[in-house]
Design a protein around this ligand. Structure first.
Ligand code: SF4
Length: 368
Protein backbone atom coordinates (compact mmCIF):
# COMPACT_ATOMS: atom_id res chain seq x y z
CA UNK A 1 0.00 0.00 0.00
CA UNK A 2 1.50 3.34 -0.99
CA UNK A 3 1.50 6.27 1.36
CA UNK A 4 0.41 9.67 0.06
CA UNK A 5 1.20 12.45 2.49
CA UNK A 6 -1.38 15.23 2.72
CA UNK A 7 -0.36 18.44 1.00
CA UNK A 8 0.67 21.17 3.41
CA UNK A 9 -1.97 23.58 4.65
CA UNK A 10 -1.41 27.23 3.89
CA UNK A 11 -1.48 29.48 6.91
CA UNK A 12 -3.19 32.01 4.62
CA UNK A 13 -6.12 29.60 4.40
CA UNK A 14 -6.75 29.70 8.15
CA UNK A 15 -9.06 32.15 9.85
CA UNK A 16 -7.70 33.84 12.92
CA UNK A 17 -9.80 31.57 15.12
CA UNK A 18 -8.47 28.50 13.35
CA UNK A 19 -4.90 29.71 13.77
CA UNK A 20 -5.55 30.53 17.40
CA UNK A 21 -7.14 27.14 18.06
CA UNK A 22 -4.27 25.34 16.35
CA UNK A 23 -1.57 27.12 18.32
CA UNK A 24 -3.35 26.89 21.64
CA UNK A 25 -4.08 23.23 20.94
CA UNK A 26 -0.35 22.72 20.51
CA UNK A 27 0.35 24.35 23.85
CA UNK A 28 1.18 27.90 22.74
CA UNK A 29 -0.33 31.06 24.14
CA UNK A 30 -3.01 33.17 22.35
CA UNK A 31 -0.47 36.00 22.05
CA UNK A 32 1.56 33.80 19.72
CA UNK A 33 -1.37 33.70 17.28
CA UNK A 34 -1.50 37.50 17.30
CA UNK A 35 2.24 37.70 16.69
CA UNK A 36 2.05 35.31 13.76
CA UNK A 37 -1.03 37.03 12.31
CA UNK A 38 0.79 40.35 12.41
CA UNK A 39 3.83 38.84 10.71
CA UNK A 40 1.70 37.35 7.93
CA UNK A 41 -0.59 40.25 7.16
CA UNK A 42 0.97 43.44 8.47
CA UNK A 43 4.65 42.72 8.03
CA UNK A 44 3.90 40.61 4.91
CA UNK A 45 6.67 38.24 5.93
CA UNK A 46 7.16 35.53 3.26
CA UNK A 47 9.13 33.28 5.63
CA UNK A 48 7.87 33.47 9.23
CA UNK A 49 9.58 30.12 9.85
CA UNK A 50 12.92 31.92 9.66
CA UNK A 51 12.11 34.60 12.19
CA UNK A 52 14.74 34.84 14.87
CA UNK A 53 12.85 37.46 16.88
CA UNK A 54 9.85 35.28 17.70
CA UNK A 55 9.71 33.84 21.19
CA UNK A 56 11.01 30.30 21.53
CA UNK A 57 7.72 28.35 21.51
CA UNK A 58 6.43 30.05 18.34
CA UNK A 59 9.82 29.82 16.66
CA UNK A 60 10.04 26.10 17.39
CA UNK A 61 6.40 25.49 16.38
CA UNK A 62 7.05 27.07 12.97
CA UNK A 63 10.37 25.35 12.42
CA UNK A 64 9.06 21.92 13.33
CA UNK A 65 5.91 22.19 11.21
CA UNK A 66 7.10 24.11 8.18
CA UNK A 67 6.29 22.37 4.90
CA UNK A 68 4.55 19.60 6.85
CA UNK A 69 1.86 20.30 7.71
CA UNK A 70 2.00 24.08 7.24
CA UNK A 71 3.32 26.46 4.63
CA UNK A 72 2.24 29.63 2.84
CA UNK A 73 0.30 29.95 -0.40
CA UNK A 74 2.61 30.74 -3.25
CA UNK A 75 1.43 33.18 -5.89
CA UNK A 76 4.46 34.01 -7.96
CA UNK A 77 4.33 37.09 -10.14
CA UNK A 78 5.19 35.81 -13.61
CA UNK A 79 4.32 39.00 -15.47
CA UNK A 80 3.96 42.59 -14.32
CA UNK A 81 3.20 45.24 -16.89
CA UNK A 82 2.46 48.91 -16.43
CA UNK A 83 0.22 51.13 -18.50
CA UNK A 84 1.99 53.87 -20.44
CA UNK A 85 0.87 56.44 -17.90
CA UNK A 86 2.33 54.25 -15.13
CA UNK A 87 -0.89 54.35 -13.16
CA UNK A 88 -2.09 50.81 -13.76
CA UNK A 89 -0.08 47.67 -13.13
CA UNK A 90 -1.30 44.23 -14.12
CA UNK A 91 0.14 41.21 -12.39
CA UNK A 92 -0.14 37.66 -13.62
CA UNK A 93 0.22 35.32 -10.65
CA UNK A 94 1.01 31.63 -10.95
CA UNK A 95 -0.55 29.42 -8.29
CA UNK A 96 0.80 26.12 -6.96
CA UNK A 97 -0.98 24.08 -9.64
CA UNK A 98 0.16 26.38 -12.48
CA UNK A 99 -3.20 28.12 -12.73
CA UNK A 100 -2.71 31.79 -13.49
CA UNK A 101 -4.86 34.63 -12.24
CA UNK A 102 -4.68 38.36 -12.73
CA UNK A 103 -4.52 41.10 -10.18
CA UNK A 104 -4.66 44.76 -11.13
CA UNK A 105 -3.32 47.67 -9.14
CA UNK A 106 -4.81 51.02 -10.12
CA UNK A 107 -3.27 54.28 -8.97
CA UNK A 108 -5.22 57.48 -8.43
CA UNK A 109 -3.97 60.72 -6.93
CA UNK A 110 -3.09 59.81 -3.36
CA UNK A 111 -4.68 56.38 -3.38
CA UNK A 112 -4.46 52.90 -4.82
CA UNK A 113 -7.11 50.31 -5.59
CA UNK A 114 -6.48 46.59 -5.98
CA UNK A 115 -8.71 44.51 -8.25
CA UNK A 116 -8.59 40.85 -7.21
CA UNK A 117 -9.58 37.60 -8.89
CA UNK A 118 -11.73 35.08 -7.08
CA UNK A 119 -11.70 32.12 -9.47
CA UNK A 120 -9.50 30.61 -12.16
CA UNK A 121 -11.75 31.07 -15.16
CA UNK A 122 -15.42 31.79 -14.68
CA UNK A 123 -18.68 29.93 -15.18
CA UNK A 124 -20.77 33.01 -15.98
CA UNK A 125 -19.86 33.26 -19.67
CA UNK A 126 -20.44 36.99 -20.21
CA UNK A 127 -20.01 37.40 -23.95
CA UNK A 128 -17.59 40.33 -23.84
CA UNK A 129 -15.26 38.84 -21.25
CA UNK A 130 -12.05 36.93 -21.89
CA UNK A 131 -12.34 35.12 -18.56
CA UNK A 132 -15.83 34.00 -19.42
CA UNK A 133 -14.51 32.60 -22.69
CA UNK A 134 -12.04 30.47 -20.73
CA UNK A 135 -14.80 28.66 -18.91
CA UNK A 136 -14.62 27.68 -15.26
CA UNK A 137 -11.45 26.04 -14.00
CA UNK A 138 -11.69 26.17 -10.21
CA UNK A 139 -12.44 28.33 -7.22
CA UNK A 140 -9.59 30.13 -5.52
CA UNK A 141 -9.02 29.40 -1.85
CA UNK A 142 -9.16 32.19 0.74
CA UNK A 143 -5.37 31.99 0.87
CA UNK A 144 -5.07 32.45 -2.88
CA UNK A 145 -7.27 35.53 -2.75
CA UNK A 146 -5.20 36.87 0.14
CA UNK A 147 -1.97 36.05 -1.70
CA UNK A 148 -2.99 38.52 -4.42
CA UNK A 149 -3.59 41.18 -1.83
CA UNK A 150 -0.25 40.46 -0.20
CA UNK A 151 1.50 40.71 -3.58
CA UNK A 152 0.09 44.19 -4.25
CA UNK A 153 0.75 45.30 -0.68
CA UNK A 154 4.40 44.33 -1.09
CA UNK A 155 4.61 46.32 -4.31
CA UNK A 156 3.09 49.36 -2.67
CA UNK A 157 5.36 49.07 0.34
CA UNK A 158 8.38 49.28 -1.95
CA UNK A 159 7.23 52.70 -3.13
CA UNK A 160 5.99 53.85 0.27
CA UNK A 161 2.38 53.87 -0.88
CA UNK A 162 -0.69 52.48 0.80
CA UNK A 163 -3.67 50.56 -0.46
CA UNK A 164 -7.00 52.22 0.05
CA UNK A 165 -9.67 50.30 -1.85
CA UNK A 166 -10.20 46.71 -2.90
CA UNK A 167 -12.62 45.63 -5.61
CA UNK A 168 -13.46 42.04 -6.48
CA UNK A 169 -13.81 42.61 -10.21
CA UNK A 170 -11.02 40.45 -11.57
CA UNK A 171 -11.34 36.94 -12.91
CA UNK A 172 -14.34 35.05 -11.59
CA UNK A 173 -17.73 35.72 -10.05
CA UNK A 174 -17.20 36.44 -6.33
CA UNK A 175 -20.61 35.24 -5.19
CA UNK A 176 -20.07 31.91 -6.96
CA UNK A 177 -17.16 31.36 -4.57
CA UNK A 178 -18.93 32.88 -1.61
CA UNK A 179 -17.36 31.15 1.39
CA UNK A 180 -13.77 31.60 0.27
CA UNK A 181 -14.36 35.23 -0.68
CA UNK A 182 -15.96 36.16 2.62
CA UNK A 183 -13.24 34.40 4.60
CA UNK A 184 -10.55 36.23 2.65
CA UNK A 185 -12.23 39.59 3.17
CA UNK A 186 -12.62 38.95 6.90
CA UNK A 187 -8.91 38.15 7.01
CA UNK A 188 -8.09 41.34 5.10
CA UNK A 189 -10.07 43.42 7.58
CA UNK A 190 -8.80 41.85 10.78
CA UNK A 191 -6.46 43.69 13.09
CA UNK A 192 -3.56 43.52 13.80
CA UNK A 193 -3.03 42.36 10.21
CA UNK A 194 -3.97 44.42 7.17
CA UNK A 195 -6.96 45.86 8.99
CA UNK A 196 -8.57 47.22 5.83
CA UNK A 197 -11.82 49.13 6.26
CA UNK A 198 -14.81 47.03 5.12
CA UNK A 199 -16.44 50.07 3.56
CA UNK A 200 -13.46 50.37 1.23
CA UNK A 201 -14.05 46.89 -0.17
CA UNK A 202 -16.50 46.31 -3.00
CA UNK A 203 -17.93 42.93 -3.95
CA UNK A 204 -19.12 42.88 -7.55
CA UNK A 205 -21.56 40.39 -9.05
CA UNK A 206 -23.25 39.84 -12.39
CA UNK A 207 -26.39 38.93 -10.50
CA UNK A 208 -26.12 35.69 -8.55
CA UNK A 209 -29.35 36.27 -6.67
CA UNK A 210 -28.95 33.64 -3.88
CA UNK A 211 -25.53 35.14 -3.14
CA UNK A 212 -27.01 38.64 -2.86
CA UNK A 213 -29.66 37.36 -0.45
CA UNK A 214 -27.04 35.57 1.66
CA UNK A 215 -24.78 38.64 1.57
CA UNK A 216 -27.75 40.60 2.91
CA UNK A 217 -28.82 38.09 5.56
CA UNK A 218 -25.28 37.83 6.87
CA UNK A 219 -25.05 41.62 7.01
CA UNK A 220 -21.74 41.63 5.21
CA UNK A 221 -20.18 45.07 5.73
CA UNK A 222 -18.74 45.47 2.22
CA UNK A 223 -20.13 47.54 -0.65
CA UNK A 224 -22.15 45.73 -3.27
CA UNK A 225 -21.81 46.38 -7.00
CA UNK A 226 -24.01 44.84 -9.67
CA UNK A 227 -22.93 44.56 -13.30
CA UNK A 228 -26.16 45.42 -15.08
CA UNK A 229 -25.37 46.47 -18.69
CA UNK A 230 -28.95 46.13 -19.93
CA UNK A 231 -32.41 46.94 -18.63
CA UNK A 232 -34.53 44.33 -20.39
CA UNK A 233 -34.27 40.56 -20.01
CA UNK A 234 -33.85 40.06 -23.74
CA UNK A 235 -30.93 42.47 -24.02
CA UNK A 236 -29.33 41.41 -20.76
CA UNK A 237 -29.54 37.70 -21.47
CA UNK A 238 -27.78 38.32 -24.78
CA UNK A 239 -24.82 39.82 -22.90
CA UNK A 240 -24.93 37.95 -19.60
CA UNK A 241 -26.19 34.35 -19.71
CA UNK A 242 -26.66 34.46 -15.92
CA UNK A 243 -29.75 36.57 -16.62
CA UNK A 244 -31.53 33.50 -17.97
CA UNK A 245 -31.18 31.88 -14.56
CA UNK A 246 -31.97 34.97 -12.50
CA UNK A 247 -33.89 37.48 -14.63
CA UNK A 248 -34.08 41.17 -13.90
CA UNK A 249 -37.26 40.91 -11.82
CA UNK A 250 -35.49 38.57 -9.38
CA UNK A 251 -32.28 40.57 -9.44
CA UNK A 252 -33.99 43.86 -8.69
CA UNK A 253 -36.07 42.21 -5.95
CA UNK A 254 -32.83 40.97 -4.37
CA UNK A 255 -31.34 44.46 -4.65
CA UNK A 256 -34.40 45.95 -2.99
CA UNK A 257 -34.12 43.36 -0.20
CA UNK A 258 -30.45 44.27 0.30
CA UNK A 259 -31.15 47.99 0.41
CA UNK A 260 -34.03 47.65 2.84
CA UNK A 261 -32.03 45.47 5.21
CA UNK A 262 -28.69 47.23 4.97
CA UNK A 263 -29.70 50.81 4.27
CA UNK A 264 -26.76 50.92 1.87
CA UNK A 265 -26.72 51.95 -1.75
CA UNK A 266 -25.81 49.67 -4.61
CA UNK A 267 -23.41 50.59 -7.40
CA UNK A 268 -24.72 49.47 -10.77
CA UNK A 269 -22.16 49.03 -13.55
CA UNK A 270 -23.22 49.73 -17.11
CA UNK A 271 -20.70 49.19 -19.88
CA UNK A 272 -21.56 51.53 -22.74
CA UNK A 273 -21.63 49.77 -26.11
CA UNK A 274 -22.30 52.08 -29.02
CA UNK A 275 -25.72 51.56 -30.60
CA UNK A 276 -26.46 48.63 -28.33
CA UNK A 277 -27.16 49.97 -24.87
CA UNK A 278 -26.36 53.69 -25.04
CA UNK A 279 -29.49 55.12 -26.61
CA UNK A 280 -31.85 57.62 -24.95
CA UNK A 281 -34.48 54.89 -24.84
CA UNK A 282 -32.17 52.60 -22.90
CA UNK A 283 -31.24 55.37 -20.51
CA UNK A 284 -34.94 55.84 -19.89
CA UNK A 285 -35.42 52.10 -19.30
CA UNK A 286 -32.49 52.02 -16.90
CA UNK A 287 -33.93 54.92 -14.92
CA UNK A 288 -37.27 53.10 -14.79
CA UNK A 289 -35.63 49.91 -13.60
CA UNK A 290 -33.81 51.66 -10.77
CA UNK A 291 -36.70 53.87 -9.73
CA UNK A 292 -37.05 53.93 -5.94
CA UNK A 293 -33.71 52.24 -5.34
CA UNK A 294 -30.77 53.78 -3.54
CA UNK A 295 -28.62 53.41 -6.61
CA UNK A 296 -25.49 54.89 -8.11
CA UNK A 297 -24.78 54.15 -11.76
CA UNK A 298 -21.21 53.78 -12.95
CA UNK A 299 -20.96 54.10 -16.71
CA UNK A 300 -17.96 52.23 -18.06
CA UNK A 301 -16.53 52.86 -21.50
CA UNK A 302 -16.13 49.59 -23.40
CA UNK A 303 -12.57 48.72 -24.26
CA UNK A 304 -13.32 47.50 -27.75
CA UNK A 305 -10.79 45.08 -29.23
CA UNK A 306 -10.75 42.43 -31.91
CA UNK A 307 -13.17 39.57 -31.35
CA UNK A 308 -16.12 41.53 -30.01
CA UNK A 309 -18.15 43.56 -32.43
CA UNK A 310 -19.13 46.20 -29.91
CA UNK A 311 -17.39 49.56 -29.92
CA UNK A 312 -17.27 52.17 -27.25
CA UNK A 313 -19.73 55.02 -27.03
CA UNK A 314 -18.50 58.45 -28.11
CA UNK A 315 -18.00 61.12 -25.46
CA UNK A 316 -21.04 63.15 -26.48
CA UNK A 317 -23.38 60.16 -26.37
CA UNK A 318 -21.91 58.98 -23.07
CA UNK A 319 -22.46 62.44 -21.56
CA UNK A 320 -26.04 62.48 -22.86
CA UNK A 321 -26.69 59.05 -21.35
CA UNK A 322 -25.25 60.21 -18.04
CA UNK A 323 -27.37 63.35 -18.05
CA UNK A 324 -30.50 61.34 -18.71
CA UNK A 325 -29.81 59.15 -15.69
CA UNK A 326 -28.97 62.14 -13.52
CA UNK A 327 -32.11 63.97 -14.65
CA UNK A 328 -34.06 61.00 -13.31
CA UNK A 329 -32.52 61.72 -9.90
CA UNK A 330 -30.00 58.89 -9.95
CA UNK A 331 -26.32 59.68 -9.28
CA UNK A 332 -24.30 58.66 -12.29
CA UNK A 333 -20.56 58.72 -12.97
CA UNK A 334 -18.54 58.01 -16.08
CA UNK A 335 -15.49 56.03 -15.10
CA UNK A 336 -12.14 56.79 -16.61
CA UNK A 337 -10.38 54.33 -18.85
CA UNK A 338 -7.60 52.68 -16.92
CA UNK A 339 -4.75 50.68 -18.36
CA UNK A 340 -6.18 50.32 -21.83
CA UNK A 341 -2.75 49.75 -23.29
CA UNK A 342 -2.09 46.80 -21.00
CA UNK A 343 -5.23 44.83 -21.91
CA UNK A 344 -7.24 45.99 -18.95
CA UNK A 345 -10.13 43.58 -19.36
CA UNK A 346 -10.34 40.73 -16.88
CA UNK A 347 -8.63 37.63 -18.20
CA UNK A 348 -7.05 39.34 -21.15
CA UNK A 349 -3.49 39.20 -19.93
CA UNK A 350 -3.74 35.51 -19.22
CA UNK A 351 -5.58 34.76 -22.45
CA UNK A 352 -2.98 36.66 -24.43
CA UNK A 353 -0.26 34.44 -23.01
CA UNK A 354 -2.08 31.24 -23.72
CA UNK A 355 -3.90 31.79 -26.99
CA UNK A 356 -4.28 34.34 -29.74
CA UNK A 357 -6.01 37.46 -28.59
CA UNK A 358 -9.54 37.23 -29.81
CA UNK A 359 -11.90 38.49 -27.17
CA UNK A 360 -12.78 41.99 -26.19
CA UNK A 361 -13.55 42.71 -22.62
CA UNK A 362 -14.72 45.26 -20.18
CA UNK A 363 -12.45 47.88 -18.78
CA UNK A 364 -11.16 47.12 -15.31
CA UNK A 365 -12.58 49.95 -13.33
CA UNK A 366 -12.86 51.12 -9.82
CA UNK A 367 -16.41 50.34 -8.87
CA UNK A 368 -16.94 52.86 -6.15
S1 SF4 B 1 -17.41 39.61 -16.54
FE1 SF4 B 1 -16.95 38.69 -14.53
S2 SF4 B 1 -18.70 37.32 -14.17
FE2 SF4 B 1 -18.72 37.77 -16.37
S3 SF4 B 1 -17.54 36.08 -17.31
FE3 SF4 B 1 -16.11 37.79 -16.88
S4 SF4 B 1 -15.21 37.30 -14.89
FE4 SF4 B 1 -17.09 36.08 -15.11
Amino acid sequence: MSFHPSPPVSLYDLTFDQLLGTLVGDGLRPAHATTLWRALYRELDPAPNLRADFLGPLRRWLQERWEAPYTLTTADITTCISSSDGLTRKLLLRLHDAQEVETVLMGYPGRFTACLSTQAGCAMGCVFCATGQMGFVRHLTPGEIMAQLIAVQRLLRESGDALRNVVLMGMGEPLHNYDAVMQALATACRAPGMALGPSRISVSTVGVVPGIVRFTDERQPYSLAISLHAATDEERSALLPVNQRWPLSELIAACRYYMERSGAKIFFGWTLIAGRNDTPEQARRLSELLRGLNAHVNLIRLNATAGFSGVTTEDVAAAAFQKSIQDAGIPCTIRQFRGIDVAAGCGQLRSERTKPRKVASMVSEEAV
